[in-house]
Design a protein around this ligand. Structure first.
Ligand code: R5P
Length: 273
């Protein structure tokens, strides 16, 4: 692997732990002002010190993240449909490689829609993006199974989608956790990270999901809503981080969350007075 590619991947998946915490805040590209991400800067800023990388669109990156904060950026470069439109799978590449380089990104991210109406176009977009990424040493993260495809959230479907992404040259794959997740990871020859998905009933469930995915072989998380829709987002990302990088148990991570949330609450109260 070329030095640049290897170096960029090492900024996403830490070589010392072999894992990574990616903070996902790209939801607005099809969901608009998602709950608790209405004012992106407000949501993102307190979490930045605890994320290894940030998954984001160019618009929110330029307007809501300080350029002098040295966080590796995983730039979402696909889109073109909204949640109220006809077909979420109708995506194309929305950001050029030149623009990505100008923004000094560490990786490019694009969704594929295996089994959906626009499966073919999304896979061809992935192939093109990988060609461009390879040319400049920029890795590509393929995001599998979003929108309606999530209804097929089982190991058979997710293995199919992840394996296809890897066959097309994706350097990393993001997917959803499911039962028999080992099957998904073992049949995908590139590292797999998990999305958190919609906010779960409580933080304990999200920590359990994180733990289970890592035990099954995932190399990290690309988590959004289960962090910043928590009432205690900073405590939550720190607890997730402890599972990912320090191998703590779910019980220990939850205890840490409960301990930290008291401090986070006092800070909030102090700043609102
Ligand atoms: C979905 O396509 C977006 O790319 C999100 O980045 C992804 O779903 C991860 O965020 P969450 O943990 O909220 O599912």
């Amino acid at each position: 692997m070329d030095w640049g590619m290897k170096n960029r991947l090492a900024r996403i998946i830490r070589p010392d732990t072999g894992r990574g915490v990616m903070l996902a805040v790209d939801h607005g590209y099809f969901l608009g002002p998602t709950e608790r991400l209405e004012v992106p800067r407000k949501t993102i800023q307190p979490l930045l010190p605890y994320a290894d990388s940030l998954m984001i669109t160019r618009g929110v990156l330029r307007t809501s993240v300080d350029a002098n904060f040295p966080i590796p950026v995983v730039l979402r470069v696909s889109g073109g449909s909204s949640i109220i439109g006809k077909d979420l799978s109708n995506e194309k590449i929305t950001t050029s490689i030149k623009e990505a380089i100008r923004l000094n990104v560490t990786a490019l991210a694009l969704s594929i829609f295996v089994g959906a109406q626009h499966e073919h176009e999304s896979l061809i977009s992935l192939a093109k993006l990988v060609d461009e990424g390879e040319e400049y040493g920029i890795p590509v993260l393929a995001v599998t199974a979003v929108g309606k495809e999530l209804e097929k959230r089982d190991a058979r479907y997710l293995s199919l989608a992840c394996r296809i992404a890897a066959e097309f040259g994706a350097h990393l794959v993001k997917t959803y956790y499911c039962e028999n997740f080992e099957k998904v990871v073992n049949s995908c020859p590139v590292p797999v990270i998990i999305a958190g998905g919609p906010k779960l009933a409580n933080e304990l469930d999200a920590l359990q999901l994180t733990y289970d995915a890592l035990q099954a072989g995932a190399v990290g998380v690309d988590m959004g809503r289960n962090i910043w829709q928590s009432d205690y987002p900073v405590s939550m990302i720190k607890a997730v981080r402890a599972i990912v990088h320090e191998n703590v148990s779910v019980k220990e991570a939850h205890e840490l969350f409960n301990k930290l949330k008291n401090t986070e609450q006092s800070t909030k109260t102090a700043t609102s007075v």
